[in-house]
Design a protein around this ligand. Structure first.
Ligand code: KIV
Ligand code: ZN
Length: 385
């Protein structure tokens, strides 16, 4: 099994989601939970961006143990120096530097030639290398950059001492087979690629962030960058819980595993959602309210006989509370009978039929029938019959 390192950027890229910013104290609490969850790397913020972010990165570096801490920086001396200072007390640390590589970014944002950009990349990696050994370099907007320039940039930063090459799909544009093939070409064609680690970083603009990250794993990357609940700019980043559970559930097919402890997934997800005031969609895989709820009568019947009939993961292993069978208008007699029996009520056939009719009327009106309502109906039924 290939061990995939989970790089969590909830507190940096995730926090870039509109309205999701966090105070340093909130970041520290989340960073502790991420370490407990078993992520390999935490990117806690962008130290140059504000005094609060600097403090958060510095305190997390000092107080959160057993995980590598990553300082984030543009390919600019002040950014790099600030990230180096903020992370200097970490047990293990790295610097993550990024610089755009696509024509559209060079022409309109940086307003620099390719030669100038290569020169900046070289000199900034060399500058950082004096202070930090582990340097991650990201050519921003890589998936809209032609191979020739992408290879040139990656070769240049490897020569200067970069040790991890992260190739981001910054605008969520790539298709899975394209993204995987790009890594295959880079690993084969870039001089020095054998001496570095490769990393995937995907955005979800087309809903492909998890699929693209899995394609990158198949192509040979050993690190994937993710955020809890998939929070991040626009449609967000590759979701930690979705990627990890895809790997965990399809381990054999992928030949890969992570060091994540799934039993903490739900509590971290809830913590991030509440701290960022960022609600989780009901149908969000793994952590959404409906992810393990079953309303259709046929499904409920199957589940009561064997949970594997309609569930591919055990929610309890993710820390998700049980009792997720929702009773509503699609529920059948079997599920209703089972639920009332959980309260110690045994109904004869006639009572069950009477309850069933009343239940359906209520479900048509209220959509979901809660346990208290069900028990009230049982009370009427038993009295009436
Ligand atoms: O999406 C992106 O390109 C990033 C990097 C700068 C890694 O977040
Ligand atoms: Zn990003």
């Amino acid at each position: 099994m290939k061990r995939i390192r989970i790089f969590d950027t909830t507190l940096r890229d995730g926090e870039q989601a509109p309205g999701a910013s966090l105070h340093p104290e909130q970041k520290i609490v989340i960073a502790r939970q991420l370490a407990q969850l078993g992520v390999d790397v935490i990117e806690p913020g962008f130290p140059i961006s504000s005094p609060g972010d600097f403090t958060a990165v510095q305190q997390i570096s000092r107080e959160v143990h057993g995980v590598e801490i990553c300082g984030f920086a543009r390919a600019v001396k002040e950014d790099i120096d600030s990230a180096i200072r903020a992370t200097q007390d970490a047990e293990r640390r790295r610097l993550h530097m990024f610089l755009s590589s696509s024509n559209i970014h060079l022409d309109f944002q940086l307003k620099k030639s390719r030669e100038q950009v290569i020169q900046i990349a070289r000199s900034m990696v060399a500058h950082a290398k004096q202070y930090v050994d582990r340097i991650e370099f990201s050519p921003m907007d890589a998936t809209r950059t032609g191979d020739e320039f992408l290879f040139e940039m990656i070769e240049a930063v490897i020569e200067e001492g970069a040790t991890i090459i992260n190739i981001p799909d910054t605008v969520g544009y790539a298709l899975p087979e394209e993204y995987g093939a790009m890594f295959t070409r880079v690993m084969k064609g870039v001089r020095g690629s054998g001496q570095v680690e490769f990393s995937a970083h995907c955005h979800n603009d087309l809903g492909l962030a998890v699929a693209n990250s899995l394609a990158a794993i198949r192509a040979g990357v050993t690190q994937v960058e993710v955020t809890v609940n998939g929070v991040g700019e626009r449609a967000g980043n590759c979701s930690l819980e979705e990627l990890v559970m895809a790997i965990e559930t399809r381990k054999e097919a992928l030949g890969a595993e992570t060091g994540i402890r799934p039993e903490h997934i739900y509590s971290v997800s809830q913590k991030v959602s509440r701290s960022m005031s960022f609600p989780i969609a009901f149908n969000k895989p793994i952590v959404g309210r409906n992810a393990f709820q079953h309303e259709a009568g046929i499904h409920q019947d199957g589940l009561l006989k064997n949970r594997n009939t309609y569930e591919i993961m055990d929610p309890e292993k993710l820390g998700v509370p049980r009792s997720m069978i929702i009773l509503g208008k699609h529920s059948g007699r079997h599920a209703i009978k089972h639920r009332v029996s959980q309260f110690g009520v045994q109904l004869n056939e006639e009572q069950m039929e009477s309850l069933y009719v009343k239940f359906k009327e209520l479900a048509d009106r209220d959509k979901v029938v809660h346990d208290a309502q069900l028990l009230e109906l049982v009370g009427h039924t038993v009295n009436v019959v």
